[in-house]
Design a protein around this ligand. Sequence first.
Ligand SMILES: NC(=O)c1ccc[n+]([C@@H]2O[C@H](COP(=O)([O-])OP(=O)(O)OC[C@H]3O[C@@H](n4cnc5c(N)ncnc54)[C@H](O)[C@@H]3O)[C@@H](O)[C@H]2O)c1
Length: 316
Amino acid sequence: MSGRVLVTGGAGFIGSHVAEAYLQEGWEVVVLDDLSRGHEKNVPKPARFVRADIRSSEARTLAATGKFDVLNHHAAQIDVRVSVDRPAFDAEINVVGLTNLLDGAGEGGIRRVIFASSGGVVYGDPAVVPTPETAPKLPVSPYGVSKLSGEHYLRALGALRGFEGVAMRYANVFGPRQDPKSEAGVVSIFVSRLLDGQKLTVFGDGRQTRDYVFVKDVARANVLASTVKLPASNEFDAPAFNIATARETSVLELAKTVANVMGKTPELEFAPPRPGELFRSSLDIKKAKSVLGWAPTWTFENGLPLLVDWFRTEAR
Ligand SMILES: NC(=O)c1ccc[n+]([C@@H]2O[C@H](COP(=O)([O-])OP(=O)(O)OC[C@H]3O[C@@H](n4cnc5c(N)ncnc54)[C@H](O)[C@@H]3O)[C@@H](O)[C@H]2O)c1
């Protein structure tokens, strides 16, 4: 089943892969991005590209008049540290920008809105790992609060304006086009530093864990979530899906794996732990498996070479 989709943030890392996955399944794709972080060359052909800010009346009108079946929302302020320093700026983009688009979605009769949320931040410091969707939501950063409030707006405005909202709670996503300057991109940072013959910086003792999911698996999950029948339940977490691997990888293991795949020997330098950093993070994916019929198919071994190739050929 295909249709017409508006992908916001489609000139960025994850959004450009999402746009590509829709095109491969026969969808008509329009990408909206203000290029504040993304690049026009990331927008896959033959998607149409509109350069606009999600807070603008142009963006709202596009959602309202574009005859879209689905709004897939990936544009965001993505930096936790920026959200700590400038919480109002974070909320302007991640909350006000979202509500502006949701207004347009309601007016335009959009059937479903897919929202890029974050399983790495909405649960805060979880008591259970791998963390299921139903775990308490206690974000510790303004970015986490803006992602969780995005899910609440989806639910409330969806009921008021007649669209279905789906929250995709990603773990740490890695793959080609991830900016090594972005703080979430530790895999990109390690690859880029190894290519430049630099040491890898490890904060704390390096035993802290994360759950790394490849961007092409994330993109496929988005396409599946666009048409799947959603659970008939009024629970807050019913239309939310963890998109992850349910596997924990420590920073030390990650450094070793990345270096192995690249045929290098990593030199590590240790720095003081970063304040507020979670010690463990991994997400339970039983629900994505049973409801979306999705499971990750990419691993570090087959995904990392694509990232390395991208660095060698396009990123520099
Ligand atoms: N990368 C991860 O591991 C991860 C994890 C969880 C959730 N997410 C979420 O996934 C989404 C995509 O993240 P990404 O890593 O691809 O980041 P990215 O920065 O590569 O992509 C975001 C895109 O949004 C655009 N954008 C930013 N502000 C905008 C605005 N006001 N108007 C229009 N466009 C704007 C940027 O230009 C960029 O192209 C975000 O919502 C992020 O919060 C990412």
